[in-house]
Design a protein around this ligand. Structure first.
Ligand SMILES: Cc1cc2nc3c(=O)[nH]c(=O)nc-3n(C[C@H](O)[C@H](O)[C@H](O)COP(=O)(O)OP(=O)(O)OC[C@H]3O[C@@H](n4cnc5c(N)ncnc54)[C@H](O)[C@@H]3O)c2cc1C
Length: 498
């Protein structure tokens, strides 16, 4: 097995996209099969050596940043297995170290579609399962969890689990019994908390009555086992897409439009129709985001207080009718129709996507100029609390006089607030405001993380959400799968609880 221990050879495995500092490890290893991973984990358990699992390192909460021990790199588990197409969709088998971009290319070449889209396509499939990644299309298609049908997982005990959806469930008392080889089994007890009733949530272990054992591993952030292989379900590739960037002069109109588009989409879906509004993405840009974007694209209308990017799938038969339905909905909510942009072909759609992706680029340039890091939120709240939460963000930030942008997945009541400090004093102020936002989201029944996870950076906020006793229950659950406490140490909860 390839192993490296020289500092310069390991450096890129000691960090992730969070820029968390201080990562260090004794060595990085590259196993090439589930059996090699299992042997390595058994050895590490026997010597109580911490193991941090590394995907592509695009995570933004420090999940793969190691603090001692071994980094287990999944780069060499990079084989795409069979892709099977059926009349109504398909399925594929893929190893953990295949990038999302490669996987998408392979399934699309077969006329198939894998919906999870966490923006950064260089992430690995194993990383997306370990974080239950989601993104703009989650509004229609849900997170990664919805597509995972089977996982091969190497455990810290040296066992390899091949777990299929629908086979093992928790009993009525939240107990799992997962059979292993040679007549042994893992007996585990689920924590007793209830997850927030938000459209998206990834903070802490997934817990639901009589849940599927597979769901425990999805979103477990490298703490319960090493995912080596994934079987996913696939959809048929949509024939066409209608998208638009639509501007509003009045924020109340924009919010009413989002509520109406969401309700209509859910109704169209429930009725199984394809000839009415059914957004797959509803994304928000606030007025501060538009100010940034205007420096890149002068056509952003001056009077606009906000914008929505939407996408809907079409066919040759439905395209015209759907465009008419969207225009009627937009007109009813006083969108600035003459100044808005629509796209039905690939070229124009690429332009709209580039416009959207320009915001993080402009924000990063701004931060580089000021030598600072952004303070970025990932909270979501229930439907009826969203307008109040957005107002709280805006009122607090306007009063603070800090620079900020608010944008993101408004269809799921999940927007990202990026606070942009100009100096260290403002950075401290931004962090204090972040704490206020967390407190308010929890009060409103929201989640502290809708898609990025807890990692090492958001542990204190998970405690604010669930409390100390529930963190202890999570640690006890981990102990059932990883008795020596070697895997993903410091992720989700503090090492002291192990
Ligand atoms: C610009 C940008 C935009 C992003 N946008 C989104 C977004 O819209 N939605 C979203 O959900 N995320 C987003 N992300 C976050 C990130 O892309 C996802 O979290 C991604 O799924 C992580 O995959 P990775 O392979 O990079 O994992 P890593 O960063 O390497 O690891 C993430 C965590 O998973 C664990 N892990 C990795 N592989 C395995 C495995 N095989 N078995 C067990 N544990 C494992 C690691 O230990 C770590 O705890 C964004 C990131 C960037 C940089």
């Amino acid at each position: 097995m390839l192993t490296k221990a020289q500092p310069d050879e390991m450096q890129s495995y000691l960090v992730d996209a969070s820029n968390m500092a201080g990562g260090h490890a004794a060595r990085v290893v590259w196993p090439e099969s589930a059996a090699e991973v299992a042997t390595l984990l058994l050895d590490a358990s026997e010597t109580c050596t911490p193991v941090t699992v590394a995907g592509a390192g695009t995570g933004i909460v420090g999940g793969r940043v190691p603090f001692g021990g071994i980094v287990l790199a999944t780069d060499k588990l990079n084989h795409i297995g069979e892709i099977v197409k059926a009349a109504d969709g398909g399925r594929a088998v893929v190893e953990a170290g295949v990038t999302l971009a490669e996987f998408r290319r392979a399934v699309e070449a077969r006329g198939l579609f894998y919906p999870p889209d966490p923006t950064e396509w260089s992430c690995y499939m194993g990383g997306t399962v370990a974080t239950n990644a989601s993104g703009a299309r989650t509004f229609k298609y849900g997170p990664t969890r919805r597509y995972v049908q089977r996982l091969k997982i190497a455990l810290a005990t040296g066992d390899v689990l091949d777990l299929k959806r629908g086979v093992i469930h928790a009993d009525k008392n939240g107990r799992f019994s997962i059979p292993l080889a040679r007549g042994r089994s893992i007996e585990a007890q689920l924590p007793t908390y209830h997850m927030p009733q938000t459209r998206k949530h990834v903070a802490g272990y997934f817990v639901a009555p009589e849940m599927d054992a597979l769901d425990l591993f999805i979103g477990s952030e490298g703490t319960l086992g090493v995912i080596t292989e994934i079987e996913t379900s696939l959809l048929l590739k949509p024939a066409g897409v209608l998208s638009g960037v639509v501007f509003f002069k009045d924020e109340a109109d924009l919010l009413a439009f989002v509520r109406a588009a969401r309700e209509l989409s859910l109704r169209t879906r429930a009725d199984g129709r394809d000839d009415d509004v059914d957004a797959r993405a509803l994304e928000y840009f606030d007025d501060e985001s538009l100010k940034f974007l205007r420096t890149h694209e002068p056509r952003v209308p001056v009077g606009a207080q906000g914008a929505i990017f939407f996408e809907q799938e079409t066919t040759a038969e439905t395209e015209e009718k759907l465009l008419t339905a969207w225009l009627a909905l937009l007109e009813a909510h006083r969108a600035l129709l003459d100044d808005s942009w629509f796209a039905t072909d690939e070229k124009d759609q690429t332009r709209l996507r580039e416009f959207r992706h320009q915001l993080p680029v402009l924000v990063n340039e701004w931060l580089t100029r000021h030598g600072q890091r952004k303070v970025s939120t990932d909270m979501a709240v229930p439907d009826d609390a969203f307008a109040g939460m957005l107002r709280f963000y805006q009122d607090t930030l306007r009063a603070s006089r800090l620079q900020y942008v608010i944008f993101g997945h408004i269809g799921d009541n999940h927007v990202h607030v990026n606070i942009l400090p100009r100096d260290d004093k403002e950075a401290a102020q931004a962090r204090a405001i972040y704490g206020q936002f967390i407190e308010r989201a929890v009060q409103l029944g929201g989640t502290i993380s809708a898609e990025h996870g807890v990692g090492k950076l958001k542990r204190a906020y998970l405690r604010a959400l669930y409390g100390g006793e529930h963190l202890r229950q999570m640690a006890a659950l981990k102990h059932a799968f990883d008795p020596a406490g070697i895997l993903g140490r410091g992720n989700i909860f503090s090492e002291e609880l192990l």
